[in-house]
Ligand binder design. Structure first.
Ligand code: KIV
Length: 270
């Protein structure tokens, strides 16, 4: 099975919606892979997997380890790995060095970075040197301290115009696709109409060229709080708790392990 390529995704502008989910580990990547076009190894793993209260503590080594695991466990979806906070903002050269490590050490097809017009030079530097880049505008989790929280952005005309210009700058710089996160529906719709590359929405608009969710949110595994933009498709957190409770009861009453789980013990015949 050939992997979905970056040019194939780029060609989906205005076509069949692009299906994207986050993946951080091999078993989850294996389960998602046949059903999605794009697996995003998001730096949200800092919060979802490592329990940090933001994505800022995520390192390049963490992204590389998880990116490589997702690539090994998948064979259909295009794999995109987030560049973490501090690994690309300093200069296009630093961004290139770190993006090259991600590409060569994980086997991923592309990197994603957050930011607008201020990152356009870096996007152009990477894309002109063979590193496909996915942009990310709107709510930027790596800027949580500057934003003062994770609230939807672009509510007033000036900030909406800034986000629109950011998306245009990133598209013009050569990004093959742009994530639009946490902004007004009408703005995400407008950006999708304006830019020539596919937009992938999260808390954005059904008009986007694709959608992404954090898989652990969709599965009910991450937290009890359900943000407005998340649709829960399962409650695996409850299932995990129930399984652990049943196991605990079995261990305490010596129902587990049974003879069938022990070596050299014959099952009693009736
Ligand atoms: O880190 C992440 O998972 C992301 C998505 C939410 C778009 O950037």
């Amino acid at each position: 099975m050939a992997r979905v390529s970056v040019p194939a995704l780029r060609a989906r502008k205005g076509g069949e919606p692009i299906v994207c989910l986050t993946a951080y580990t091999a078993p989850i990547a294996r389960h998602l892979d046949p059903h999605v076009d794009l697996l995003l190894v998001g730096d949200s793993l800092g919060m979802v997997v490592y329990g940090f209260d933001s994505t800022l503590a995520v390192t390049l080594d963490m992204m590389i380890a998880h990116g490589a695991a997702v690539v090994r466990a998948s064979r259909h979806a295009c794999v995109v790995v987030d560049l973490p906070f501090g690994s690309y903002q300093e200069s296009p050269q630093v961004a290139y060095r770190n993006a090259a490590r991600v590409m060569s050490e994980t086997g991923a097809q592309a990197v994603k970075l957050e930011g607008g017009a201020e990152m356009a030079e870096t996007v152009a530097f990477l894309t002109s040197r063979g590193v496909p880049v996915m942009g990310h505008v709107g709510l930027l989790p790596q800027s949580v301290n500057a934003l003062g929280g994770y609230k939807a952005v672009g509510r007033d005309p000036a900030s909406a115009e800034r986000i629109r210009a950011d998306a245009q700058a990133i598209a013009d710089a050569g990004a093959f696709s742009i994530v639009i996160e946490g902004t007004m529906e009408s703005l995400a719709r407008q950006i999708t109409e304006d830019v020539a590359v596919p937009t992938i929405g999260i808390g954005a608009s059904p008009a986007c060229d694709g959608q992404v969710l954090v898989t652990d949110d969709l599965l009910g595994l991450f937290s009890d709080f359900q943000p407005k933009f998340v649709k829960r498709y399962a409650q695996l957190g409850d299932a995990v708790g129930a399984a652990a409770a049943e196991y605990a009861a079995d261990v305490k009453t010596r129902r587990f392990p049974g003879p069938e789980h022990c070596f050299g013990v014959k099952k009693a015949t009736a």
